[in-house]
Design a protein around this ligand. Structure first.
Ligand SMILES: Cc1cc2nc3c(=O)[nH]c(=O)nc-3n(C[C@H](O)[C@H](O)[C@H](O)COP(=O)(O)O)c2cc1C
Length: 204
């Protein structure tokens, strides 16, 4: 699919603390058994992408790290067992197929002791108006009852699209707040602007 075609399709869619790695260092004995900790979980893709070229760090990853640094939250990256193509045009088709099939692609590893988190920031790129299906794989691995979920997304024109609605549907037992949307190229190429948007959202 040509990039211009994608954007046309998108337009039509209805749609200071220190972060720690949640996989390795989250056994805080003082808070074990409680649910007062904060987690930032995100999916983000490297490789060729719209408007930013070939990137070594994904746009959403940049925002996720800003949020974790500012809130002192633990950080967990969702990684798929089978990586999506580095080619943008191929990845577009892979993502469309997964969405059509309502797929649940396998993911690598998991957050240790998910129960200790009361607030979970969930970050993702907008893919065809919603989060990538691997985010739903992560959702279905956990009990979200009583948790507060704060969605954030990077995109190239759709804003949050239908993502918050999709998250609310997937996590009926959680309280899902208003989300933050940042353009991917802003996160990648204008960090001060992205940081300002994060700070404003976190300050609400
Ligand atoms: C498979 C795919 C589908 C996309 N679909 C949309 C979309 O529906 N709306 C939109 O605004 N941007 C869309 N984009 C652009 C991404 O949302 C944007 O580049 C995002 O910042 C990528 O984040 P990442 O680097 O963390 O993966 C899409 C990109 C890809 C690769």
């Amino acid at each position: 699919m040509k990039r211009t075609t994608l954007l046309a399709a998108l337009a039509a869619l209805p749609l200071c603390g220190c972060a720690q790695d949640a996989t390795t260092n989250n056994t805080d004995t003082a808070t074990m058994g409680t649910t007062n900790k904060t987690l930032v979980v995100y999916y983000s893709r490297t490789g060729e992408n719209y408007a930013v070229g070939n990137i070594a760090e994904g746009n959403t990853a940049i925002v996720a790290k800003m949020i974790a640094a500012k809130t002192g939250a633990d950080l967990f990256e969702i990684k798929t067992v089978k990586q999506y193509a580095a080619s943008y045009d191929v990845c577009i088709e892979e993502a469309k197929k997964e969405l059509r099939e309502d797929a649940r692609p396998a993911i690598v590893g998991d957050v240790a002791d998910f129960d200790q988190y009361g607030t979970v920031y969930v970050g993702y790129p907008i893919w065809w108006g919603v989060p990538p299906m691997c985010v739903f794989t992560f959702f279905e691995k956990h009990d979200w009852a009583g948790k507060t979920v704060k969605p954030f997304a990077t995109h190239e024109g759709s804003g949050l699209g239908g993502s918050v609605r999709a998250i609310k549907k997937a996590l009926p037992a959680a309280t899902v707040t208003d989300g933050l949307a940042i353009q991917g190229q802003t996160a990648q190429n204008d960090r001060p602007a992205a940081q300002a948007a994060v700070d404003q959202w976190l300050g609400k």
